[in-house]
Design a protein around this ligand. Structure first.
Ligand code: ZN
Length: 287
């Protein structure tokens, strides 16, 4: 079962999250039938989204992460709430497999240049929205850049996905470490030394390290305190009722013309591929 660990270190000057997202990413792969590199890209963004979701305080707060880019993946959208529910889809699930020199899935190349948009609906009048240029398309770097630039929070983000030979997900997870205002340089030095001592999140995942073990490795000598864990999962909240509302919002005129053409309406949820069919009789009832 997937979960997110929330922790602090350095007397609260470091805020930390780590997550195991294997089942969530595997579910996304099954739904979207993604190629391995698309699985890795989407899985990294979903893993970050899961951790960023639980950073929000409110019950109904909603986060969305959108990548629009020039590479063959074209982009992806992930949304997460504060309770560990995450959903997402890549714009091109059939994105071709590119392998880089170290035989890793080359997420940066298939994402390519582009923008990352972060929107947080915190129940205020206007949702918070911020956009940054992608730095490498590797997702972890891009989110670290977003936190530093847009939220003025120096952060280290490691997200990774390993795929089996049969294309199923072998490991997925990651961490986010953030420096809170007032931190001192000694903490930064130690943190940098710790981070330079680990090769990559993928390597930690490949030996089966749990989120707690990842945090212990990164923050064990900085007074790590694990606060709580939150279960997380792929979850889509679409329903016939929501889709009906969307259909009504296209307007009576359109619905009338569908009826006149004796054409049933088919709506597909981008996030979970659920298909909702409205027969001509259904459409007449709607009117
Ligand atoms: Zn759905």
């Amino acid at each position: 079962m997937d979960y997110i660990v929330r922790a602090t270190a350095a007397n609260g000057f470091i805020r930390a999250f780590a997550a195991n997202t294997h089942d969530m990413v595997e579910k996304a792969r099954e739904i979207h039938q993604t190629t391995p590199v698309a699985t890795a890209a989407l899985g990294r963004l979903m893993t970050a989204g899961a951790m960023m979701g639980v950073m929000m305080k409110g019950e109904d707060d909603l986060l969305s992460l959108t990548v629009r880019s020039e590479g063959p993946l074209e982009g992806m959208t992930v949304t997460a709430d504060s309770k560990g529910n995450v959903k997402g889809f890549p714009y091109n699930p059939n994105c071709p497999l590119l392998v880089n020199s170290r035989h890793k899935l080359d997420v940066g190349s298939v994402v390519g240049r582009g923008m990352l948009t972060v929107v947080k609906d915190l129940g205020l009048k206007e949702p918070y929205s911020s956009q940054v240029d992608l730095q490498s398309g590797e997702i972890g770097d891009d989110l670290a850049y977003y936190f530093t630039l847009s939220e003025q929070t120096p952060s280290s983000v490691g997200v990774g996905v390993l795929v089996n030979a049969d294309e199923s997900v072998q490991q997925a997870g990651g961490f986010i470490l953030q420096l809170m205002p007032g931190f001192d340089d000694a903490v930064v030095d130690q943190l940098e030394a710790n981070l330079s001592g680990v090769s990559s999140v993928t390597e930690m995942l490949s030996v089966g390290m749990t989120p707690e073990e990842i945090l212990e490795k990164l923050l064990g000598n900085l007074g790590l305190e694990i606060n709580d864990t939150v279960p997380c999962a792929f979850y889509c909240n679409c329903s016939r009722e929501r889709v009906t509302k969307a259909l009504l919002s296209v307007g009576k005129k359109e619905i009338r013309s569908m009826i006149a053409e004796q054409k049933a309406a088919e709506l597909l949820c981008d996030f979970c591929n659920s298909k909702y069919v409205f027969t001509v009789e259904d459409l007449q009832q709607l009117l």
